[in-house]
Design a binder for this molecule. Structure first.
Ligand code: SF4
Ligand code: SF4
Length: 265
């Protein structure tokens, strides 16, 4: 990765010089992760807090202009929810508005990946250059314990079939993104007793597809998983250490609030 690349999440060397802002323009989601309570922002990227107000693309553009006046070191604008960005047409409208008004801005997106393959050309056309996909399993038998349902092309899938479809779409989407020159990171929510022994397999699978960075995040117990204790620091360290021989690990994620803006430090 270019040392000067000004994305503080992908390049820890820039956390003190470059900032990011999240724009909440994407309310709907097409899957149901069992650790999501739907009351706050997508738990795959955001720390739970008060549900931030959903903005229209025009409102978000005005907000972005205002934030940039106050913090000109912001170099990245990300769309990470409250639902799945790719399942909301407002995301694409927003990206086009930013590209027009702020052509130097790095455009970033965080997704569950279900629609990634289907929308990749649109994303490239909008100028998105960095992407985070949440991959919690590459084995449907593990995935079916994590996802309650997956809705795709007018049909709702459950159990093994749901996980199989999601994983298939995520992996083909990541490959298409990498083939189109996007820098891809994955988030993996570590859920003790469910996927913590599987993290290594996830690392190996995504590395082969060209993913550059892995962010292993501790479960925040909510929704159906509200009774599962998150991994402790030792467990997290162990998982990161084991996977670091396969793929670069992210150690500086702040599990930002949905309305976060500014420098990571
Ligand atoms: Fe919730 Fe999962 Fe959808 Fe994110 S992708 S909004 S965590 S169900
Ligand atoms: Fe970066 Fe982590 Fe914050 Fe996302 S949640 S903007 S990856 S530091």
């Amino acid at each position: 990765m270019n040392r000067d690349f000004g994305h503080p999440c992908f390049n820890p060397g820039t956390v003190k010089t470059h900032g990011r802002v999240h724009l909440p323009v994407a309310p709907r989601c097409n899957i149901k992760c069992k650790y999501c309570d739907r009351k706050t922002h997508c738990a795959n990227e955001n720390r739970p807090g008060l549900a931030a107000k959903v903005m229209s693309p025009d409102e978000a553009l005005a907000y972005l202009s205002d934030v940039l006046k106050r913090e000109p070191r912001i170099s990245v604008t990300g769309i990470a929810g409250p639902g799945d960005p790719l399942y909301n047409y407002e995301t694409f409208e927003m990206l086009r508005l930013i590209k027009k008004e702020f052509p130097d801005m790095i455009l970033c997106l965080s997704t569950n990946g279900l629609l990634l393959y289907d929308t990749i050309y649109n994303l490239v056309d909008c100028g998105v250059s960095t992407l985070t996909v949440t991959i919690n399993a590459v084995d449907p038998y593990i995935g079916e314990k994590i996802y309650e349902y997956v809705a795709y092309e007018g049909k709702t899938y459950r159990g093994y079939q749901a996980a199989q479809l999601l994983i298939e779409k995520q992996l083909e989407g990541i490959k298409a993104a990498v083939d189109n020159g996007l820098l891809v990171k994955i988030n993996t929510v570590a859920i003790p007793g469910v996927n913590t022994d599987h993290v290594h397999d996830i690392a190996k699978t995504v590395k082969k597809l060209g993913v550059v960075l892995m962010n292993i995040m501790p479960l925040i117990p909510q929704g159906d998983f509200s009774n599962i204790l998150p991994p402790d620091c030792q467990q997290l360290d162990k998982m990161r250490k084991e996977s670091s021989s396969i793929i670069q690990q992210m150690y500086h994620c702040r599990q930002c609030r949905a309305d976060a803006s500014g420098l990571l430090e």
